[in-house]
Design a protein around this ligand. Structure first.
Ligand SMILES: C[S@@+](CC[C@H](N)C(=O)[O-])C[C@H]1O[C@@H](n2cnc3c(N)ncnc32)[C@H](O)[C@@H]1O
Length: 334
């Protein structure tokens, strides 16, 4: 049975994916996961027999969905490390990526990473995307808090196993394993995640608005899980240094500012008209604008229904103010 591998994506819907799928208005058809992130919803859709189009603005998410959503059968062999790469190629690559030195990793680690990237340059097709996904995973695994915007001094402190043990009771030795060790640790799990659901699934790497504007055939559902204002939403800072390794940096529509969220969402839904039967939006009771404000804007486009689920229950004296309800807005387009 194929299983979604360890990706560890901030704000992912891995634990909610089954609930989201159960509540989709159609049991089959083509679904665009417009802000696919760590691809947990795309993966669950693929498993449940939908044709999936995964899209995200970050290249680091694109390579992952290429590897586990679009890819039907290509696996990666351990002998990938036998690829012949010259010392000169590694030195040239190191020169290009040394901005990571003492920003995310120690200098000798950046040299090792340069070697891994040279191997990825030799690979082609889904083997390349799988290897890049494993490089991504190893980069994240080596970083405290699993993100790329922690100051270097703090990284150094938290990677000190004695300090970590004294302060947090855990050595977190995995931060100090090599990239290769991490890749080998995760290789079989990533290979086991590959399967064919009988459809030609697709991965895209464009802005959400552009994606919907350029879509020239109708789909059944557009699923949206944008980075809401006032949440952990700095995705370019969390993962953008991976994209920088490949000189990728695209401009995109902003969904993180409270004052323009609704107008940008409205523009995005407008461009979905006649292109999809349904739009399904994930959010929770903490997001701002809230579910009522977003629903009210959406009514101009069709019939709106809201489904919710108690996700995190916290007892806090008076009311359950801190409880989190996961919500799904289902918009049936006119
Ligand atoms: C909340 S996360 C999605 C998480 C995803 N559902 C999962 O389960 O991992 C939001 C994603 O939207 C992407 N994003 C932000 N603005 C975008 C835009 N204008 N177009 C496309 N993707 C965008 C971010 O890179 C981020 O991966």
């Amino acid at each position: 049975m194929p299983k979604y591998p360890k990706v560890n994506y901030i704000g992912n819907k891995e634990k909610l994916a089954d609930w989201i799928i159960e509540n989709l208005p159609l049991r089959q058809g083509t679904v665009i996961d417009l802000f696919s992130g760590g691809a947990s919803v795309s993966y669950a859709l693929k498993k449940n027999g939908y044709r999936v189009i995964a899209n995200d603005i970050l290249y680091s998410n694109y390579i992952l969905s290429k590897a586990i959503i679009e890819n039907k059968s290509t696996l990666l062999n351990e002998n990938v490390f036998d690829c012949s790469v010259s010392a000169k190629e590694i030195e040239d690559k190191y020169e290009k990526i040394k901005f990571l030195s003492e920003r995310l990793y120690f200098d000798d680690e950046v040299k090792e990473l340069a070697g891994m990237l040279c191997i990825s340059d030799v690979l082609e097709g889904y083997e390349k995307y799988l290897f890049l996904s494993l490089i991504r995973r190893s980069m994240i695994r080596k970083l405290p808090y699993s993100r790329m915007n922690v100051p270097w001094e703090q990284i150094v402190k938290l990677r000190d196993e004695e300090y970590s043990y004294k302060k947090y009771g855990r050595k977190r030795a995995y931060h100090n394993l090599s990239f290769k060790e991490h890749i080998l640790d995760n290789l079989s799990e990533y290979n086991s995640a590959i399967f064919d659901n009988g459809f030609d699934n697709l991965s895209c790497n464009v802005d959400s608005f552009e994606m919907m504007q350029s879509l020239n055939y109708p789909v059944d559902i557009v699923y949206m899980d944008p980075p809401y204002p006032r949440t952990m939403n700095k995705y370019s800072s969390f993962y953008g240094l991976f994209d920088k390794l490949f000189d990728r940096n695209q401009s995109f529509m902003d969904f993180t500012s409270t004052n323009i969220f609704l107008s940008n969402m409205e523009k995005l839904i407008k461009v979905c008209v006649y292109k999809t039967k349904y739009v399904v939006i994930s959010l929770n009771n903490k997001t701002s604008p809230n579910v009522a404000e977003i629903s009210s804007m959406l009514t101009q486009f069709g019939e709106v229904k809201v489904i919710d689920k108690l996700y995190q229950y916290k007892v806090t004296g008076k009311e359950n103010k801190n409880s989190t309800f996961e919500e799904l807005i289902i918009l049936k387009m006119k």
